[in-house]
Design a protein around this ligand. Structure first.
Ligand SMILES: Cc1ncc(COP(=O)(O)O)c(C=O)c1O
Length: 454
């Protein structure tokens, strides 16, 4: 009988994170100062991040050692199991082997604690006593609340209003871990008040919530800011997932041909995929499929340009695929995928055609999630269900061609707090959204006009 759950012993947890920067096939454009258009030095980020994380953002070292105090907390749930989806394979009648890396086993229920614990640790070491952040679906907010709670740091979470209303239990989870969580846009910050003045019923967006959290951190001496995705150091911390996958597949004498993940800001996808990118550059038969919602088509329909990371134009400019920082995605249930931009590292690899983007409507995503639940049993987060849909499509292609490919799904989180979304699907009331070209053109027309520095 096939092995269906591949468990790495704890003493085999990778001891260092993998930094893709030295292996990139093209130079990564640096963050720019919006006022001057010049590359930012590390000191410019010091008001909102501890210097150790700024160094990780820019390092060209190929490996960054995982500190003991981070490893101790990782061991509450790591290594995460790699499963083989035999029941799904049989149901689809595909010759493909489908594996899934289960990041839903973390205390917060997703991959997000991999970086939350690391970020809380480096802040703690730097003497920071309070961290502010934003959250979309609530997964990142819960992960940082958990990490801050264990590190003894205060945590303030600005949660996108539409998700705050859809997912009250996520807020309670954050409160259980001692955090304060309020809906964004809020009247706590100048950025929030300005948005509410224009549109008192604003559903919020990640771009808006980032503005609020950055402002909170920049205006208080005791507080730093923490981002759950997009930035290089966040993606770095997530590579522990792909490094574990490599060891787990070796245990069953297999290697990936297709890695499929969902992309919001790009962090879980990067974590699963980046440790294998060099294999592809060295000629191995491996593809990286990035699945996004058609409602927020950052990789599939947006240009690769410099833009702000937030709505209120408080962040540095990042070179990335972006729908424009004023773009407000429709309120789909995959709240963690409603971000106008994309990690610069993932954007670069998409631009180089190493990452292949695909986009789906939410009803087809939930249809895939139902098939998954009814074969594999586990209930995926709506974000994760995008990866499942992408993997099922790949497995069905194998059925047509007869190819026995090894497909790995990045299973980024469970959907136990997302049953309202499943209710919407089961009762047939989920709308499918796709922005018209004009709304994308309008938001893209607000992009700052800056040139690449080299
Ligand atoms: C379960 C889950 N998967 C994926 C994402 C998308 O984020 P990222 O692209 O940074 O992994 C989120 C974000 O909240 C999430 O909660």
């Amino acid at each position: 009988m096939d092995t269906t759950k591949i468990c790495l012993p704890q003493n085999e947890i990778p001891q260092a994170w993998y930094n893709i920067q030295p292996d990139l096939p093209a130079p990564l454009m640096p963050p720019l100062n919006p006022a001057t258009g010049e590359p930012l030095g590390p000191e410019a980020l010091a008001p909102i991040f501890p210097m150790s994380l700024i160094e990780q953002e820019m390092t060209m070292e190929p490996w960054v050692e995982i500190p003991d105090d981070v490893m101790r907390i990782y061991k509450l749930w790591r290594p995460a199991p790699l499963h083989r989806a035999v029941a799904l394979e049989e149901e689809l009648g595909t010759p493909a082997r489908i594996y899934w890396k289960n990041e839903s086993v973390s205390p917060a229920g997703s991959h997000k604690p991999n970086t939350a614990v690391a970020q809380a640790y480096y802040n703690k070491v730097a003497g920071v006593t309070r961290i502010a952040t934003e959250t979309g679906a609530g997964q990142w907010g819960s992960a940082l609340s958990f990490a801050c709670c264990l590190m003894g740091i205060e945590c303030m979470v600005y949660m996108v209003k539409v998700s705050y209303q859809q997912k009250p239990y996520r807020r309670l989870l954050m409160q259980t871990w001692n955090a304060e969580c309020i809906p964004s846009p809020s009247d706590r910050t100048a950025a929030g008040r300005a948005i509410l003045e224009k549109d008192p019923d604003s559903p919020g967006s990640l771009g808006m919530a980032i503005s609020e959290a950055v402002e909170d951190a920049a205006t208080r001496d005791d507080t730093k800011y923490s981002l759950g995705s997009v930035l290089n150091h966040v993606l770095l911390h997530q590579t522990i997932t792909g490094l574990e996958i490599r060891k787990q597949l070796a245990m069953v004498d297999d290697e990936p041909n297709v890695i499929v993940g969902c992309v919001g800001g790009g962090s879980n996808f990067a974590g699963f995929a980046f440790p294998f990118v060099k294999d592809k550059l060295d000629g191995k038969d491996i593809r990286f499929v990035a699945c996004e919602p058609k409602a927020c088509p950052t990789l599939t329909r947006a240009p690769y340009r410099y833009d702000f990371g937030d709505t209120a134009e408080m962040t540095p400019l990042l070179k990335m695929h972006t729908l424009g920082h004023t773009f407000v995605p429709a309120p789909i249930h995959a709240g963690g995928l409603r971000y106008h931009g994309m990690a610069p590292l993932v954007s670069l690899l998409a631009d180089q055609k190493i990452v292949e983007p695909v986009a789906f409507f939410q009803n087809e995503v939930f249809e895939a999630a139902m098939l998954w639940c009814r074969t594999e049993g586990h209930l995926p987060a709506p974000e994760t269900a995008h990866a499942i849909k992408g993997a099922i499509d790949e497995a069905l292609k194998c059925k047509q061609t007869g190819e026995e490919k090894c497909i790995v799904i990045g299973y980024s989180g469970h959907g136990h707090f997302d049953l309202g979304a499943y209710d919407g699907y089961l009762s047939g009331s989920l709308p499918d959204y796709e922005p018209d070209q004009q709304s994308i053109d309008d938001a893209v027309s607000t992009l700052p006009d800056v040139a690449d520095p080299f």
